[in-house]
Design a protein around this ligand. Structure first.
Ligand code: TRP
Length: 447
């Protein structure tokens, strides 16, 4: 039998998972959600949800993946038996991967477009109205964003077709730390802008009266999206984790790093937004207008802008890779596709829905359902419905369906790691996570 690939090292799994987690979710989507849900109120809920629900759920996915050494569908089949409905949780995750990848590559394409714009120095000397106009013109262009999106998908397919170790691991290890460095520089610059304090107040001063059920669900959805959990991506990555790795500490490292980067994105974007007179509720254009404006005001702005968008493209690529990897692992193991055929077939299928998402930004586009554009619909269905349901089923599975002894065996690496804290984690997985997710989700349904 062919030996299943594993990540080369402990750092490998942290880097690859962080590569999956860090991406547009942190830099593009987190500020949008925070902006729409009351800033500080959102941030505080987000921190609770990410740490108390996100971390145990990430560990749960690792447990399923490493125990079964399989894609999400095969994993549930192996661990629960073929006669149960559990493999459907895996299929739901694969559907979710398609839907996310479809609208994610819309914005991924924009980052590629903006990389092009920064090479061509399109932002030089422009004021905020012109930068805003550039964004609108670009995303509503009849074919340019589609070309960018398809190019991004092709790039993803090329890396995924080459396999886990050569592809994913090598990329993530070198480039993620570099992104952090440049973000720190951007934080400093943004904080020095006129009126920056307003933005900081918006992000860090919670107005508790703004915490509503819908803010809770948005925070839950954002944490699942940002951490790549609730749909099996990390079951797939967990299946590549070596027996001896400490999954708990890996998960905690990734959650902390991901949260840190999201907060940094907030520290970059909100002070700049307030300084330039952009509404925090500006939505899709928020990052794509504030960032070029900040670079413009920096010495060496051209250079920083270029490097930043290059790194953003790469951070986004390591996320799209993890999404396509879910689909590829299922196609190769469930349907015997070759790796490269699976990668290209998955990308082609994604492209069909993806183009619809991209085109839905055109003004007067018919791609609206009940006043919501296709892009927003895909975003909402996945993070407000599929991922909470998937996440709930995953923690229920690990907490209640797997044998307690097996779960503890995974948590403690066969008894070699301390078990006190791990018993506590199991308790959280069994009780706190399912109740919290269910309450947040159901209370919103009833509204
Ligand atoms: N977490 C990534 C981001 O924040 C996006 C992502 C990658 C993702 N893989 C995922 C989201 C799986 C949900 C599920 O940009």
């Amino acid at each position: 039998m062919k030996q299943r690939e594993t990540f080369g090292s402990k750092l490998g799994i942290i880097m690859a998972t962080a590569g999956s987690a860090l991406g547009l979710g942190n830099i593009y989507r987190f500020p949008i959600e925070a902006g729409n849900n009351g800033g500080g109120a959102f941030l505080i809920v987000y921190l609770f949800v990410a740490l108390l629900i996100g971390t145990p759920l990430m560990i749960s996915e690792f447990i399923i993946g490493r125990r079964a050494k399989s894609n999400p569908v095969g994993a549930f089949r192996k661990l629960a038996g073929i006669r149960t409905a559990w493999p459907w949780v895996g299929w739901l995750g694969i559907l979710c991967a398609f839907l996310i990848l479809a609208f994610y590559t819309t914005v991924a394409g924009w980052t590629l477009g903006y990389l092009g714009k920064s090479v061509a120095n399109h932002f030089a000397g422009q004021d905020i109205t012109q930068i805003q106009h550039q964004f609108d013109t670009f995303v509503t262009h009849p074919w340019l964003p589609i070309v960018c999106q398809l190019a991004f998908l092709a790039l993803t397919a090329i890396v995924v077709a080459r396999g886990v170790k050569d592809g994913i691991e090598r990329w993530s290890k070198i480039l993620m730390p570099l992104l952090l460095v440049i973000m720190v520089i951007l934080c400093v610059k943004s904080l020095s802008l006129n009126g920056a304090a307003e933005g900081i107040k918006f992000l860090f001063k919670p107005d508790f009266s703004k915490i509503t059920g819908s803010v809770l669900l948005s925070a839950l959805g954002q944490s699942f999206f940002s951490l790549s959990i609730g749909m099996g991506a990390l079951i797939t990555y967990g299946s590549y984790i070596a027996r001896t790795d400490n999954m708990v500490s890996s998960a905690v490292s990734v959650v902390l790093a991901d949260t840190f980067v999201a907060i940094m994105a907030g520290i970059i974007i909100f002070p700049a937004a307030f300084s330039f007179g952009i509404q925090p509720q500006a939505g899709s254009s928020l990052a794509f207008t504030t960032l070029p404006m900040i670079f413009q005001q920096m010495t060496g702005g051209y250079f920083f802008c270029l490097i930043f968008f290059l790194l953003l493209v790469i951070a986004t690529l390591t996320s799209t890779i993890s999404l396509l990897e879910v689909i590829v692992a299922a196609l190769t193991e469930e349907f015997n596709f070759s790796r490269s055929k699976a990668a290209w077939a998955g990308a082609a299928l994604t492209a069909v829905i993806g183009v619809i998402a991209t085109l839905s930004f055109r003004t007067g586009s018919p791609l609206h359902i009940g006043g919501t554009i296709a892009f927003d619909l895909l975003d909402r269905v996945t993070s407000h419905y599929i991922m909470p349901i998937g996440g709930l089923l995953i923690v229920l599975f690990v907490g209640w369906r797997l044998k307690r002894a097996d779960t503890l065996d995974e948590l403690t690496n066969g008894g070699t790691l301390k078990s006190g804290i791990r018993q506590a984690i199991l308790f959280i997985i069994r009780y706190l996570c399912p109740v919290a997710i269910a309450v947040i989700f159901v209370s919103q349904l009833l509204q």
